[in-house]
Design a protein. Sequence first.
Length: 333
Amino acid sequence: MENHRTAQISGTGSYLPANLLTNKDLESLVETSDQWIRERTGIVERHIAAPQEATSDLAFQAARQALDAAQLSAQDLDGILVATVTPDQVMPNTACFLQSRLGCKSIMALDVSAACSGFLYALTIADQFICSGKFKHILVIGAETLSRIINPTDRQTCILFGDGAGAVVLSANTNNPSSKSAILSSSLGANGSLGDLLSLPGGGSRLPFNQDVLDQKLYFVHMKGREIFKSAVRTMSDRALECLNQAQYPLDKVDWFIMHQANLRIIEAVADHLNIPKQKILTNIDQTGNTSSASIPILFNQSIDKNLVQRGQTILMAAFGAGLTSGGILLQY
Ligand code: ACO
């Protein structure tokens, strides 16, 4: 078996559903205001999937773009990893729906469940498969239809979340061995003892669907926002620093920082904590809200399309999410 030593991003894509839900719209649905949402979160609008759109439909659009950008066909893929907490169904997994729709060979198709850190978990797993020499091309996706699991009457959560999908194709660096593009380092972690800060308690094996689950609305996300805020700043900073330490890469040499788009104030707090210049921080939270595992790959793809992120540049990504999970990846694009 060939031993591919590094993996590079060969293409990216993203998809946001057409329907927009603005802060103004939310003013008529719950007791809130455009000003409160902007000041506390930085969010102005978010995209909401149409009733007939499921997570794999969003993922499919992002995947097609990423494959085109990589100049690959679905038949070239050796595996698909879909990070999501909003699968089409509990089974089959969302990656299998996507594998069928894309027309791939009978390749590995797996969902990764690590909430908002899911994409960085999936990218790290894909990197291992490629660096070990087992696979050449893996499609890695973060895709969510969070609007399906948010209580539209809970003003603490319904203002935060949106739907979308982002994709990358990760490829073995064999065609162009002189290229320095690679995943440079990765850091993953979790603190399960804080799991109750953000959870969807109903519908699993502990609380299967019954009348009680329905009456108490336990099929929706339940969140303790203020506590998550503090932990998010600490863990994203830790993951970012760990990536830099592992790669022996100085922070001031990083070209761009892409953090999970959960709240602009969390991003700014991490930037203050690590002393990151504001102009190096990419954001789109004003237009997307929190799209969980999709947030980093959507922003990555948009920043490439805008010609901000360019080949050869270094990007540090960091995320936190329910679990509480956290992740970081340092990569050269
Ligand atoms: N509109 C108006 N007022 C509101 C709203 C709203 N939508 N929501 C809460 N308030 C009120 C509260 O009731 C409270 O009122 P009180 O002082 O009279 O009690 C006041 O605003 C302040 O509430 P806080 O919760 O302290 O507000 P905070 O500044 O912490 O902002 C927020 C809340 C935006 C949720 C913030 O804590 C946050 O972003 N936390 C992180 C959440 C997060 O990122 N979750 C996703 C994790 S990633 C994943 O895995 C999905």
